[in-house]
Design a protein around this ligand. Sequence first.
Ligand SMILES: *Cc1c(COP(=O)(O)O)cnc(C)c1O
Length: 404
Amino acid sequence: MNFQSFFQERIEELKDEGRYRVFADLERHAGNFPKATRYVDGKTEEVTVWCSNDYLGMGQHPAVLSAMTSAVEACGAGAGGTRNISGTNHFHVKLEEELADLHGKEGALLFTSGYNSNWASLGTLGAQIPGCVIFSDANNHASMIEGIRHSKAEKRIWKHNDVEDLDRILSEYGPDVPKIVAFESIYSMDGDIAPIEAICDVADKHGAMTYIDEVHAVGMYGSRGGGVAEQEGIAHRLTVIEGTLGKAFGVMGGYITASTELVDFVRSFASGFIFTTALPPALAAGALASIQHLKQSQMERARQKERVKKVRELLDAENIPHTPNPGHIIPVMVGDAVKCKWISDLLLNDYGIYVQPINYPTVPKGTERLRITPSPLHTDEDIKNLINALSELWSQCALARSVA
Ligand SMILES: *Cc1c(COP(=O)(O)O)cnc(C)c1O
């Protein structure tokens, strides 16, 4: 086989469909988020980032940076091993205690990313619980889907956020079948929120355990940043709460929180936890500082909400279509892969505004979009520039406006 031409042909297909991924080469400016330097064609230019998952700007927060630099000075660069073989640093232990407390659970377990935490935890639970069936929301993230696939457990997909469909599918299985209901609280591409309590009611009725991915909600919702489940006062209803340290907490890493026994079980059986080097202590220290800060401070969350409202109002004033949702993500609908990429390129090259196009397979074909994530740090002027640019491009591209 001619491997090179095979690779090339497949890449050409992606390009023809407008879904070839091009990374913006950025240098973020600590102390000046959301501004970054973009490296392009041997030159540099300043851009405003409008699509970061560092939702609250914690990646530049002084408390986080100072915790990280002191930890580097105190403990050095890497962890030096897997958790089992000399890699457990005191910062990991403290962070796991903090995470358990954040979600009101007995225990927590750290992973090197949110992806790994889903993949390894669902993979291990599904594989190790005899006869286990996993009931997965249709819009679940790739990391959950891959974990479930890896577990080789039977998988049933229920209609997105549809509690009746979940109930119907669960009813096909007897009370003795071990069941896991896996879903997210906030779905990041539409920004919609799951009916968590109703899902828990149905799961309880069928004796199923619940596994929730609160990756987009931790740090953002609830008075301590414990996610949507905390906000709704129902964290105790969920068997496993999974999250990331890489989005609103601004650092890196993932975790699950659950009962002592479940955490100990995953710790003891998950290959994706056991056989990999532990997070650098400085990352754990930074995440710890970030969580502790967001447990106390409401300022970032309040300002973020206000910025979202402002962007939506100004989009409305220009009749630029954006999908409503109760959360913090603003999907601006384009509905065409090539146009979506084109607008995003023009925003970046002509306006210094960086919004990554979101195309298939991340979202269904025909629902291509710009996913805008306002942060507490976007100024009125940043917002004005964004709206003006979008409005000009909407006219240039002859894209549909919403009917006022
Ligand atoms: C980003 C994401 C993850 C993975 O988290 P990382 O820490 O980035 O690996 C898991 N679930 C969902 C829903 C996500 O959007």
